[in-house]
Design a protein around this ligand. Sequence first.
Ligand code: FMN
Length: 203
Amino acid sequence: MDSAEMMKLLETRRTYRRFDETRPVPDEAVRDMKAALRLSSCSSNRQLLRFVFVRDPEKVKAVFACTRWAAMLPEGRGTPGEGQRPVMFAALLFEEGKIPRWMLDTDAGIALSNLTLAAWTHGIGSCMLGNIDREGISRILKVPEGMTLHTVTAFGYPAHACHIVPPGPDGSLKYYMDEQGDFYVPKREEDEFIFAEEYGAHR
Ligand SMILES: Cc1cc2nc3c(=O)[nH]c(=O)nc-3n(C[C@H](O)[C@H](O)[C@H](O)COP(=O)(O)O)c2cc1C
C-alpha cells in the first residue's frame, strides 16, 4: 500500500451507522481484526485490554438493544432499522485500577483504531459506541466481577456513504444526514488545531 492509499483508507474509515444485515463479517476479516488487536501499541506493553467478539445473531440482537446511536441527530433518526443493523460487535473490557485511566483510554483508542482499520481493509464499516447500557451488555456477555465494559464497536458492510465536509457557517461540528441517509461529518481545517513550534503559531 502506498501513502496515497493509506490516506484514502484513513479518509474513508468513518463511522457507519447502517449496514447490510444479510452479509455477515467473514472469518478472514475477523482473523485480521484479531491480529490487528494483538499488534496494538499499549502503555508499558502490559496488554491489559480484553475483547469479546459477538457474532451469534441472537446475541448481536441483544447487544444492539443496549446501544444508542447518533445522539446529535433528532431522536431515533440515526438508529439503524430492521435489515440495516450491525451483524457483529466487539466489546472492549478492562480491569479497574491496574493503570491510570488516561493510559487505559489511550490503549483503548489505539486498539479501536487498529480494529476498525483492519475491518475497513475488508470493506467492513464500524461504529464505536460509548452511549451504551453497560450493565445490560455485561450481563449478556457474562463479564466477570472486576472487569468493566469500556465500549462496544458495531460492524457490518455499510449501507450508506460518509462524506467529510467543512464545519458549518456558524462553526458547527455537528454531523448530519441527507434525505438518502448519507452522513456528512464536519472536520476542522488543519491550521485550526495543528500549530508550528508554539501554540497558536503558524510558520
Ligand atoms: C469514544 C467514542 C464513542 C462513541 N460513541 C458513539 C455512540 O454511542 N453512538 C454513536 O452513534 N456514535 C458514537 N461514536 C461515533 C462518533 O459520533 C463519530 O466518531 C463522530 O461523529 C465522528 O465521525 P467519524 O468517526 O466518521 O469521524 C463514538 C465515537 C467514539 C470515538
